[in-house]
Design a protein around this ligand. Sequence first.
Ligand SMILES: Nc1nc2c(ncn2[C@@H]2O[C@H](COP(=O)(O)OP(=O)(O)OP(=O)(O)O)[C@@H](O)[C@H]2O)c(=O)[nH]1
Ligand SMILES: [Mg+2]
Ligand SMILES: [Zn+2]
Length: 324
Amino acid sequence: MTNSPAESSAIGRVVRLDAKQAHVALGAQIVPCVPRGRLFEDLAGRKNPMAVGDLVRVEREGDAAGIAEVLPRRNYLSRVASMHDPREQILFANVDQLLVIASVRNPLFSSMRVDRILSACSWHGIPAMLVLNKIDLDKKRGSAKLEETYRLAGYRVLLTSTKTGSGLGDLRDLLLGKVSALYGGSGVGKSSLLNAIQPSLGLAEGRISAYWDSGQHTTSFSRWIELEGLGSVIDTPGVRSFRAHGMHADDLRGAFPEFAAPAALCRFPDCSHDHEPGCAVREALDKGQIAASRYASYVELLDEVSQTRTSQAESSGSETEPES
Ligand SMILES: Nc1nc2c(ncn2[C@@H]2O[C@H](COP(=O)(O)OP(=O)(O)OP(=O)(O)O)[C@@H](O)[C@H]2O)c(=O)[nH]1
Ligand SMILES: [Mg+2]
Ligand SMILES: [Zn+2]
C-alpha cells in the first residue's frame, strides 16, 4: 500500500477537517495532515474520504505528515450532500451514541427534522436519544408533550436549559465514558450545552437574533472534543436539511422503533403502513399508541424515499451547509 518508505507510521483520530488538511490526534498532539491523493481516487459515490471521528494511519516523512489510510469504521452517519450533489457525505464516524439536540422554542421544535435524524441513526445502527433544550422558554408546557411522544416511541429524552442549569447533571451522566455526537438544527444550543458542561471550552455561541437575520451557523465545522473526566463529544454545525443517503422504504419501516410490535400483526408481511387494509400500525395510531406526529413523519419520509428511486436529485428544500 505504501508509495514511498515512510519514516514512521501511527494511528490517530481525525478531530477536525478543513479545506486542505485534517487535524489528527496522535497521542497528546494534534498534527495537521494532508490526505494522500489516492484516498480521493476511489470514493465510490462518496463526497468525502473521511470525517471527524475516523481513525487514520498517518505517515510522517520529516516535517510532512500524510494520511495514508482510513481504518474501517464501527459506524457513521451520512446524508445526501446537498440538493445539487446526490453523493453520500459522511458527517462523522465511530460514535457510541448520537444526541439529537432540539429546542422547544427559538427555533421552534420540528418533529420532521428530529424524526429524520432519529430514523437515520436507527438505520445506521447508532443509538440515539433526544435532548430538548431551552425548556426555560417553554411557557406552554409543550416540552412535556414532546417528552411523552418520544418516550412512547422508545427514546430516552432529556429536558435541558443552559440558562437555568436544568437537566445538565443528567446530560453529564449520559456523556460519561462515551463518544457522543451532538446533532440538530442551527441555534438549538449544541455548543452552549457543551460550554455549560465545561466552561473552559469557550465554544462560539450564536446570538439568536443574528441567526434569524442571516440564517448563518455559528459552528462552521465539526470538531471532536475531549471533555475532562467525562467523555468525548463531537460538536457539529447546525443541520438545515437532512436526507439519509441510500435509504429505501424497507429500511425506513424498521427505523421507527414503536412500529415494530404492531407491524408484526399487519395483514401483509410487507405492509408499508400507508394504504394497505388490515394495517396494525394504523390501528395503533388510531388508538393513540403511536403519536400522530411520528406517523406523519414516517409517511412523508416514505414518500421521499419512494421518489428517490425515480429521481435521485430531487430534494425538499435542501440547502448547502458548511462542510462538516
Ligand atoms: N433561552 C435559552 N437560550 C439558549 C439555551 N441554550 C442556548 N441558548 C441560546 O441559543 C443561541 C444559540 O446557541 P448555540 O449554542 O450557538 O447553538 P448551536 O446549536 O451550537 O448552533 P450552530 O452552531 O449554529 O449549529 C445562543 O444565543 C444561546 O445563548 C437555553 O437553554 N435557553
Ligand atoms: Mg454551535
Ligand atoms: Zn401495516
